[in-house]
Write a protein that binds this ligand. Sequence first.
Ligand SMILES: Cc1ncc(COP(=O)(O)O)c(C=O)c1O
Ligand SMILES: N[C@@H](CCCC[NH3+])C(=O)O
Length: 442
Amino acid sequence: MFSPLAPRWMGRLLFPGMPIMIASSDSHAVETVFDGVDPHALAQAVGTPCYVYSAATIRHRIASLATALRSRPATLCYAVKANPSFAVLQLMAAEGVGADIVSEGEMWRALRAGIPAGRIVFSGVGKQDREILAALDAGISRFNVESADELASLQRLASERGRVAHAAVRVNPDVDALTHAKISTGKSENKFGVSIDEARRWFAGSGSLSHVRLDGLHVHIGSQIVDVAPFRLAIGRVGDLWRELVAAGHAIRSIDVGGGLGVRYRASDRAVDMAGYVSAIREALTGFDGALLLEPGRYLVAEAGVLLTRVLRVKQGDERQFLVLDAAMNDLARPSLYDAWHDIVPLHETPRSMQVYDVVGPVCETGDTFAREREMEACRPGDLVAILGAGAYGASMASTYNSRPLAAEVMVENGRYAVVRRRQTFDEMIAGEQPANDWQIA
Ligand SMILES: Cc1ncc(COP(=O)(O)O)c(C=O)c1O
Ligand SMILES: N[C@@H](CCCC[NH3+])C(=O)O
């Protein structure tokens, strides 16, 4: 699977023990992600922009989460939406990690990558009949049900198939996750889940469900959460509900506490207090001996990925100096969508003076900006830069806006790399399209 690179590159960036030329926390991240692979040779071979993922870092993240959870073992169901690359999913499968899916497409990917159906959970407010049927047929582990209407559909479709579906109520605990409003999911004004009151009513009426076994609770309050307090509050409310339901005679076999663990996008970001997070779970669920599930996405893959891109131009405007990259908002949407910060690291080998740039892409929108007034070492056309923290919600949110083909994706490990998706060709980009020259009357 892996093709070794010619050891042509003799830069100092990746050689432990030798002086590293760029700001230390960034350089460490770059060094870790490229894992002995020369970014210059890689860019030459694969083209830019391209996503680069470190297999070792993903494994390390899985292991560190498992270690943090050793006092309360849990099943990890990786949120496929964070990075659905087959290579990433295969790695998850090999590590025994399951999947949290939100569409039939994600299920298909997870199954094809070797994640057993028995380790797949299905979330989402808009599951269609076709998707529910496909998931029933595949025999997934459970449905995280988000509305009364969906519960009725699940009952109807499971009975049509002659199957019994396992279901968890996705509870909306009305908790502010203290994250970006667009990725907050646990407040009552959000579309996700049902109130604790409604969940109680579902259990009270669950006796009438012949083909749904309502025996789980689920909560997910948002993404990029670094404060333990919202987790504590949300999981605490679920814990209280669990105790109440058990006292009322209901069997609760699984509690899924969702994903949302935040990562550090810059040195000044706070790291999530993992010990605090795990103790919040343990305290809220003391006495619960059923299956505990977690749905981490970003935590497992964000720091394992960079977007490798080349400087096209350095443009001096009247007020600003622009660094124009060959990557754009279609490749990595987070800065334009959420004003998200990503460290941007030039990969040249000798130190240069500092400059202040607006770092932009070629797309025809002012929002196509990766960073404003960013101080970094001076760059020249042709230089490579790495945009860090791009392993989650990077390639998975890419589009072909401005008819720019999807970037390649590469997995690296210990000095070797594998192109796990080559850059999309123009033909592939327009596949399925045809001119409207064959009009039908509907
Ligand atoms: C239901 C569900 N589970 C898990 C996740 C993964 O979140 P994160 O990548 O923040 O861990 C999401 C996304 O926010 C989600 O909607
Ligand atoms: N797309 C978001 C995360 C969404 C989480 C999905 N429920 C981001 O890039 O931060």
